[in-house]
Ligand binder design. Structure first.
Ligand SMILES: O=C(O)c1ccccc1N[C@@H]1O[C@H](COP(=O)(O)O)[C@@H](O)[C@H]1O
Length: 197
């Protein structure tokens, strides 16, 4: 089970997540209490051990801004939320950017991982980073294929059951592993990663 821990803001956050077995971490560049500036992101990238994928998280920011922040910080991939068209994915892929596509599961959602050039697909609630769960019954008849991550309101207490029901390739969490909004609780991060496995 691939596990991504999102919204890290300090070196201690990175160290705990990596030591506890996170496969990927997310640094948020979107408007959010978890947002990091580019200098902080670059420091956190340097603090991340090899083998842990660092993903920059964006929402409805211009493609040029995404590419500039990704290059300046050194994140390995970008995760796009919001209403990006297919052309935005194509433009970033043409620059060699590794892509993660995040979407909620509404009628017409493209659920085949890789369909827009992304290497991972995230199915999230309609309000990313809010801690809201969504009705997993929506997966019936729409279950993605390939490297897809379940997200939206996951925490140490609910993630095992959510995995059993949704059968994702991986999971992604932020709000459910915080003490206060924007501040990771290291005990909850460890408990979440243990519960995933
Ligand atoms: O975490 C944020 O603040 C955020 C802001 C804008 C876009 C995405 C964001 N995070 C992503 O949201 C989900 C986690 O949601 P939850 O808090 O666990 O419900 C995950 O994909 C994050 O990468």
């Amino acid at each position: 089970m691939f596990a991504k821990i999102c919204g890290l803001r300090t070196e201690a956050d990175v160290e705990v997540a990596a030591e506890a077995g996170a496969d990927a971490i997310g640094l948020v560049f979107a408007a959010s209490p978890r947002r990091v500036d580019v200098a902080t992101a670059a420091r956190l990238v340097k603090a991340t051990p090899p083998g842990v994928l660092v993903v920059g998280v964006f929402k409805d920011q211009p493609v040029d801004e995404v590419a500039e922040l990704a290059a300046a910080s050194g994140v390995a991939a970008v995760q796009l939320h919001g209403s990006y068209p297919r052309e935005a994915f194509d433009a970033l892929a043409a620059r060699g950017t590794r892509l993660v596509r995040a979407t909620s599961l509404t009628p017409g959602t493209e659920t085949a991982t890789g369909a827009w050039g992304e290497e991972m697909l995230i199915l999230d609630s309609p309000t990313p980073g809010s801690g809201q769960r969504w009705d997993l019954r929506a997966l019936e008849g729409n279950r993605p294929t390939g490297q897809w991550l379940l997200s939206g309101g996951l925490d140490p207490d609910n993630v095992a059951e959510a995995i059993a029901r949704a059968r994702p390739w991986g999971v992604d969490a932020s709000s459910g592993i915080e003490s206060t909004r924007g501040t990771k609780d290291h005990g909850l991060v460890r408990a979440f990663l243990q519960a995933c496995r």
